[in-house]
Design a protein around this ligand. Structure first.
Ligand code: FES
Length: 152
């Protein structure tokens, strides 16, 4: 019996659900999943770091690099694309002075993200700023929102 319990405990410790919880806790603590934390838990739990990274890269909820205090998500699905989402995104990059390939401002105030369809195509183009949905948003309105964020 004791041996069986140990096995169940060992399986529970090493199952993916537990890794997901662990990754969620790491992300809650740091705002993202630092590489050092993964290697630390990998060693502690004797689980290959690749399993942590595999899960962390599979689920969109996990982030392996630091994110900004504010998250600006631009929908680039078909309806939003047709309504000019790429233009909005390029305007954002210019406004935030983001170098190519960079998604977070150097002061870590704002991170921009791109997603495919948030399910609100009837109000395209859609931009989500800190979980608040802005439908039929114009470039001017978006820049106003961004400048407001920077003032806060
Ligand atoms: S394509 Fe943007 S909400 Fe559907």
């Amino acid at each position: 019996m004791d041996k069986a319990l140990k096995k169940i405990l060992a399986d529970f410790t090493k199952n993916e659900g537990n890794i997901i919880s662990l990754l969620q806790n790491i992300q809650d603590a740091f705002g993202y999943i630092p590489e050092d934390a993964v290697y630390c838990f990998s060693k502690e739990l004797d689980i290959p770091a690749s399993r942590f990274f595999g899960i962390a890269t599979f689920y969109a909820q996990f982030h392996l690099s630091p994110r900004g205090k504010n998250i600006v998500t631009t929908c680039c699905g078909t309806a939003c694309h047709v309504k000019g989402s790429e233009r909005l995104l390029n305007g954002l990059k210019t406004e935030l002075n983001l170098p190519e390939g960079e998604h977070t401002t150097s002061d870590r105030e704002i991170t921009i993200e791109k997603v495919n369809c948030v399910g609100a195509c009837s109000i395209a183009p859609v931009v989500i700023i800190n979980k608040k949905v802005h439908g039929k948003i114009s470039a001017d309105k978006l820049m106003k929102e961004i400048r407001l964020l920077r003032k806060q």
